[in-house]
Design a protein around this ligand. Structure first.
Ligand code: SAM
Length: 286
């Protein structure tokens, strides 16, 4: 049973959702992921399974839609603060010759493209479960690639398709934090298994509790340009949708999970995009 309170400008509607079908119909619209997690225990185990399966299906469709891929390709990386975020992420990754870099939830290949610009002799494996994202990634990297880039279609909830102690660097640039806790914790244990001793994990996540006021103030100068204004508006609309469909963690929760479930030693942690995102840099003990 989930209580839905819709507080529109003109009316207040209260509804109690008691069937999996009604919960799923409201999911992503009137109610968000965290609401469902809170009320899920009130359902019978069979109904819980149905709700979880329905949520996963909707989430997968979201990542696998052309609309989402085009948003990431055309809008996301142009938002204010993104350039600075990417610069810091790549600095934290500190890629070196002969590194094996694994990119979890690699998307349409933006990071691979940036790494290639370093002209170093590394190997890169991008993992994602969205066919459409990977189609775009392969198209995007084809002109640039030279054999050192590979993409794998794989659901990270099923573990990582790699041997123990092989990766020098693992990156998850907003790539794994949309997993629910019961999938995120084993994924972090997988990060530990696949990293070489002394290897580095860089994990970026949009976090709960970030200051929207500060963000709005920082974005104000960009509003002068109508092109930027359109991009920011689309970014905000997309962000609101993501917030409805996926779990949103706090910085403390992530720090705890990376340290405990991942058994990794946190060596740095910093905000980017004026506090909307946090990057945690961790090391597998040597
Ligand atoms: C927010 S996008 C980030 C994309 C890319 N890292 C970037 O910075 O542009 C999240 C990506 O994670 C992928 N993803 C989400 N859940 C996944 C899962 N269970 N297994 C594999 N990939 C997943 C999505 O398909 C999507 O491409």
């Amino acid at each position: 049973m989930i209580t839905l309170v819709e507080n529109g400008s003109k009316h207040l509607r209260k509804a109690v959702l008691t069937t999996p079908a009604s919960v799923l119909a409201a999911f992503g619209k009137e109610i968000n992921y965290n609401d469902i997690e809170e009320g899920l225990y009130l359902f019978e185990p069979e109904d819980q399974k149905r709700i979880i399966a329905g949520i996963k299906q909707k989430q997968f469709h979201f990542w696998n839609s052309i609309e989402t891929v085009e948003y990431y390709r055309d809008i996301h990386w142009q938002l204010p603060g993104m350039e600075e975020h990417a610069k810091k992420t790549l600095e934290s990754l500190a890629i070196q010759n002969s590194d094996l870099v694994v990119d979890l939830g690699c998307g349409w290949g933006r990071i691979a493209e940036q790494l290639l610009s370093f002209k170093l002799n590394f190997q890169y494996i991008g993992i994602d479960f969205s066919d459409e994202m990977l189609k775009m990634a392969r198209k995007n990297i084809q002109e640039l690639g030279n054999g050192k880039i590979a993409f794998q279609n794989h659901d990270l909830a099923q573990g990582m398709p790699l041997a123990d102690n092989v990766a020098n660097k693992i990156l998850a640039n907003w790539g794994i934090v949309y997993l629910p806790q019961d999938e995120l914790k084993p994924t972090l244990a997988e990060v530990h298994r696949v990293l070489k001793p002394g290897g580095i994990f860089v994990c970026a996540a949009i976090v709960e509790g970030a200051s929207f006021v500060l963000l709005a103030l920082r974005c104000l100068p960009a509003f002068i340009s109508s092109k930027k204004r359109k991009i920011i508006k689309k970014g905000m609309k997309f962000g609101a949708r993501v917030k409805k469909l996926f779990p949103l963690y706090t910085r403390d929760q992530l720090e705890l999970m990376i340290g405990e479930a991942g058994q990794l030693e946190i060596i740095d942690m910093y905000p980017t995009i004026w506090g909307r995102s946090v990057t945690i840099v961790a090391r597998k003990p040597a």
